[in-house]
Design a protein around this ligand. Structure first.
Ligand code: SAM
Length: 343
């Protein structure tokens, strides 16, 4: 069983199914010559995983763990699949929730709307704007924005992962009747009227990952954003991606009718967030690993436990991992950008 490629984004695996899947992955270690996961820093090569399988596993895991405790004993459900950043001083006072276990994720979503041009646009419409988020995960950020950032908006949260959208429907949609809609779809396949949305939000969505190139999927992703936006509407986009990929994307986006209005580099703040969040991630990963019996299988259990530990921490860009180091040495830079649809 290769959990990095074999799972389906259309499934929402139960805890019992996850126990079987994890045990099968552990036992497959008996015949494995070399692991795809680096034991040293959790690195997994792009070609060695399929994002549909990876996120299917992660969202089923988050849901099956339910409420957990952070390092201080505070209860929360892991719903922000977001690295985020500490609030940049230059942006003024930090938003509330700075004691929340998932505050860096909340900051990342608040940060998408910190631009003066965005605030003016929203104020001119008395707050009544529509947002489509492409790659919303569980919808935790969508809920945060509807509650705390754009309290009069309507919002469609879209993700290709069934398990994530089911969490959104269970946990967030009922709290925002008539305002938040959750849609399970590959965002590039959405069929929506042209020019109907004020904002397209893209927060750490797993696209634009290849160094210095705009892939076919990226091309379809941005063209879809363009089609859905009103003229004068905005893409608000934050992520840590390979540094040369930003310029490649900006060139492409300008070629299809966008203008780059502003960009802020928050890589330092993103590294600081990962440093400050390390204790919570360590405790969370321990709780996840303890929950799966297969890791107690003698011999191979311990080996796979170490791999699962470092892989989960790498996805969280925890200090000591490859993805963390990529931000420290600026192989990946975290930027928050504003693009306006001009034509
Ligand atoms: C790192 S997670 C971030 C999720 C969420 N934005 C957050 O910050 O918690 C990346 C997300 O991108 C989603 N994604 C990647 N490509 C997508 C696509 N083409 N359509 C919809 N979702 C996509 C994945 O399913 C995953 O949920």
């Amino acid at each position: 069983m290769d959990v990095l490629t074999a799972l389906s984004n259309k499934s929402d695996y139960s805890r019992a199914q996850l126990q079987l899947i994890v045990s099968a992955w552990i036992l497959s270690g008996l015949a494995e010559k070399q692991s795809k996961i680096s034991l040293h820093d959790g690195d997994v090569a792009e070609d060695d995983y399929d994002k549909r399988s990876l996120y299917s596993l992660l969202y089923a895991l988050y849901r099956s763990m339910g409420e957990v405790r952070d390092e201080k004993g505070e209860r929360y459900e892991f719903t922000f699949n977001t690295w985020g950043y500490t609030w940049p001083e230059a942006w003024g006072p930090a938003p509330p929730h700075q004691q929340d276990p998932q505050r860096y994720g909340r900051n990342a979503y608040s940060g998408l709307y910190h631009f003066e041009q965005v605030k003016k646009y929203v104020a001119e419409r008395n707050g009544q704007v529509h947002v489509v988020e492409m790659g919303c995960g569980t919808g935790a950020g969508a809920h945060h924005v509807c509650k705390n950032v754009l309290p009069d908006c309507t919002y469609e949260a879209v993700d290709m992962q069934s398990a994530a959208i089911r969490t959104c429907e269970r946990k967030f949609v009922p709290d925002l009747p008539g305002r938040l809609q959750a849609t399970c779809s590959d965002a590039t396949h959405l069929a929506r009227p042209r020019g109907f949305s004020d904002f397209v939000a893209v927060n750490e969505t797993h696209v634009t990952e290849l160094v210095g190139v705009v892939t076919d999927e990226d091309d379809r992703f941005f063209r879809k954003a363009h089609a859905m936006l009103k003229p004068g509407g905005f893409i608000v986009w934050g992520n840590a991606i390979p540094d040369p990929t930003w310029d490649a994307c900006f060139g492409f986006l300008e070629s299809i009718g966008f203008k780059l209005r502003e960009q802020n580099d928050v890589t330092e703040e993103a590294v600081r967030a990962r440093d400050e969040d390390k204790a919570r991630i360590d405790v969370y990963v321990d709780q996840c690993i303890e929950a799966f019996h297969g890791f107690k299988i003698p011999g191979v259990g311990a080996k796979k436990r170490a791999l699962a530990d470092v892989a989960l921490k790498n996805f969280a860009r925890n200090p000591g991992t490859k993805l963390y180091q990529n931000m420290v040495d600026r192989t990946d830079t975290y930027r928050v950008v504003l693009l306006e649809k001009m034509r």
